[in-house]
Design a protein around this ligand. Structure first.
Ligand code: SF4
Length: 324
């Protein structure tokens, strides 16, 4: 059975795509395309500098995700300028930009330093907001109050690396914080009216597929504006690469086909109010250990998932039964 046009238009997010898509969310908010421009402002993270741990999360190699124009030797303005040129060359249609403080933990500094960096970005012509990537244990009330003030004038979102709802997994990958700390950070941020985002990884060692699917009920109850999902990729130069080489049997990496089979039932159970920004991660193949997924880009995988949802006549939240 194929949905009638009338039924499709009744998706709660107000458009005809079968999931609450990030690009459509921004078009609805601003009436035009917004482009994120990544910034590496030279932060580190407490899981690397010794205040929590040394060595970082076992899967982490930030270089694998940093666009080439992001180098902390350049000022925030220089990186934005180069990022805008880069994206204009690729798309030629963005009308305004969000400065994405992406590399490492972008609230891990004094409030004075954060104000200088964030306000340099917000003062750049065409920048209408900030996305700030950080850890749940790197935010405090003073920083949140400041971000709340900014939220009155700009689009502000704090994007937390959460990765798993299971503390046994967070310990295994050396995250250095618990799931409860992540929930607390989300509640405090959302409670002030600041947009919240989160990253989750599927395929982490020690988690069964059933446990991963069961996370959807927990995630659906979190105060999230947006979410990004990633399949585990083993990145060269990480602690996890060595673990993988030593004990490959500990890892059950998703093939692309497996992932499609897993992800659609997950999406069917996900709270339809959460805007989904990513279905998969996309580290360049030169950073990957193993075969990867044949160089498929994230946008190609989105199309595959949308096509499958169409064929199966399903959509985000079709099986969602409300918050527990
Ligand atoms: S993933 Fe984030 S929190 Fe973990 S070590 Fe890397 S920068 Fe730090």
């Amino acid at each position: 059975m194929v949905l009638e046009k009338k039924q499709i238009a009744s998706f709660p997010w107000g458009h005809e795509r079968r999931f609450n898509a990030y690009s459509n969310y921004f078009r609805a908010l601003y009436g035009a395309r917004l482009q994120k421009v990544s910034i590496d402002a030279g932060f580190t993270c407490p899981n690397r500098d010794g205040s929590k741990a040394l060595g970082g999360c076992t899967y982490c190699n930030n270089d694998a995700f940093n666009p080439s124009y992001c180098q902390p030797v350049k000022s925030v303005s220089e990186q934005i300028s180069e990022g805008i040129k880069f994206h204009k060359w690729r798309y030629n249609e963005a009308v305004s930009y969000l400065a994405y403080f992406q590399a490492y933990s972008n609230t891990y500094a004094s409030i004075e330093k954060l104000k200088l960096l964030y306000e340099e970005a917000l003062n750049y012509p065409g920048v209408t907001g900030l996305i700030i990537g950080t850890r749940p244990d790197c935010i405090d009330n003073e920083k949140l109050d400041y971000l709340r003030e900014l939220s009155a004038r700009y689009y502000i979102a704090v994007e937390f690396g959460i990765e798993s709802c299971y503390n046994k997994t967070l310990e295994r990958i050396n995250r250095g914080h618990s799931f409860e700390e992540a929930v607390s950070a989300l509640l405090r941020t959302a409670g002030l009216g600041i947009n919240t985002g989160a990253h989750f990884i599927f395929g982490l060692p020690g988690e069964s597929r059933e446990e991963m699917l069961n996370e959807v009920q927990i995630i659906s109850g979190l105060p999230l504006t947006t979410i990004k999902f990633h399949q585990l990729q083993i990145i060269r130069g990480t602690v996890m690469e060595q673990e993988f080489k030593n004990n490959p049997g500990d890892f059950e990496l998703f093939t692309l086909e497996d992932y499609l089979d897993f992800f659609i039932p997950f999406l069917e159970r996900l709270n339809p109010a959460i805007v989904v920004e990513r279905f998969t991660g996309e580290a360049p193949t030169r950073y990957l250990t193993g075969k990867g997924w044949g160089g498929k880009r994230a946008d190609q995988i989105v199309k595959m998932i949308e096509k499958r949802m169409e064929e199966q006549n399903t959509w985000q939240g079709k099986l969602y039964r409300g918050k527990e």
